[in-house]
Design a protein around this ligand. Structure first.
Ligand code: HMG
Ligand code: MG
Length: 328
């Protein structure tokens, strides 16, 4: 992987390019009180693809009783135009979900499990051991059907029910999972409690089992540390980051989980550091504005709010009569 040498010694050599994996339509919308209509979800996804995102998690093939907001996954995939340059994916908890994903012609499935027992039970009604077995079963069947498999690990930094997660617990679960056949393992700070030194420790220990090139970070920004943790991951060689338009996101079975790292905040930082993403930031802001409109509230993304505020200021200056502009 080509790299740019930063002149900040502790950052070391940084990647020249980063892969941004958009989770807003899934992680974001699963947690909203307002369920968007299927055509509105399709509009939002089209805006994200239009901004240059090439990997978008569009929904979940989970039980509609557990996540009613995403009950229209099949209908949504029926509305989305497909292109060989864009990869759509969705969460798949079991064989039933995989059959639904296959019928919807998805080429990629995302299996997901937690490293802590209480969150696992609350989120998917399984112990961690049962969840590892289910992920293995789904991954094997998906691979045989020619699909790619991504794997999420939740509560890696901390658990809403058990507190701080010992890194050895993470290493143990990764050890049980590493041969199930995923192309990428995304490590989740589900409730956004991670700090940079903890992130460094997790990345170092997990990368002894799974190569850095196969790791991604999925950082929620509940306490404002997501971007700092992403920077640490970047400096250690992580090149894929999950993020969500406008900072939408959360897990309904993890109380206190707030939005993901906002895609615009991540892209702004990366571009500013000379790292390419293939994403058009002004068009991403337009997608964020659309997300706000559809959801009906101001989203937490900082870059989004700064860009919209700046635009509003310029528009009001343009509306002022020329005489008062001169006086000012
Ligand atoms: P269960 O109730 O134990 O399932 O739920 P079951 O196998 O006993 O089946 C019960 C009923 O659900 C049956 O229907 C099944 O057919 C149906 P009935 O016979 O009663 O009419 N069912 C399904 N229906 C549609 N699609 C399916 C499916 N499976 C069963 N795939 C289950 C177990 C796993 C299904 C449930 O707990 C579930 O769907 N959980 C999903 C929870 C979820 O999506 N949470 C949020 C995503 S995780 C997250 O956000 C974290 C992440 O972002 C990373 C991070 O931040 O850390 C990824
Ligand atoms: Mg999440």
């Amino acid at each position: 992987m080509a790299s740019v040498v930063s002149d900040v010694p502790f950052l070391g050599a940084l990647p020249k390019q980063v892969d941004v994996y958009e989770v807003g339509p899934r992680d974001g919308l699963q947690n909203e009180l307002r369920t968007l209509s299927t055509p509105d979800k399709a509009r939002l996804i089209a805006a994200l693809v239009g901004a240059g995102l090439r990997r978008v998690e569009v929904s979940s093939f989970v039980s509609p009783r557990w996540i009613p907001q995403l009950a229209d996954a099949e209908k949504l995939l029926g509305l989305l135009p497909r292109s060989p340059n864009v990869s759509f994916t969705a969460l798949v908890p079991n064989i039933k979900g995989l059959e639904r994903a296959q019928a919807a012609k998805l080429a990629e499935a995302a299996v997901f499990l937690s490293v802590t027992e209480s969150h696992s039970k609350k989120n998917i009604n399984k112990s961690v051991a049962e969840a590892v077995a289910a992920a293995r079963e789904v991954a094997q069947a998906a691979t045989e059907a020619g699909m790619r498999v991504r794997c999420y690990l939740s509560t890696v930094w901390g658990c809403p029910y058990e507190g701080l997660t010992p890194v050895q617990r993470v290493v143990d679960v990764v050890g049980q999972l590493k041969d199930i056949g995923f192309y990428q393992l995304s490590l989740g700070d589900t409730i956004g409690v991670g700090t940079p030194t903890q992130t460094a420790q997790i990345v170092r220990r997990v990368s002894e089992l799974v190569p850095l090139s196969q790791l991604a970070l999925h950082l929620h920004d509940t306490r404002g540390t997501a971007l700092a943790n992403a920077l640490v991951g970047l400096s250690l060689g992580i090149t894929t980051f999950d993020s969500s338009i406008g900072g939408l996101g959360g897990c309904p079975y993890a109380p206190g989980a707030a939005g993901n790292l906002a895609t615009e905040d991540l892209v702004f930082m990366l571009h500013g550091m000379g790292i390419e993403t293939g994403i058009d930031l002004p068009r991403l802001v337009e997608a964020g504005e659309l997300a706000q409109e559809l959801i009906g509230r101001k989203l937490p993304g900082k870059y989004l709010q700064a860009a919209l505020g700046e635009r509003e200021k310029q528009a009001s200056r343009a509306r002022e009569p020329a005489s008062s502009q001169k006086e000012a």
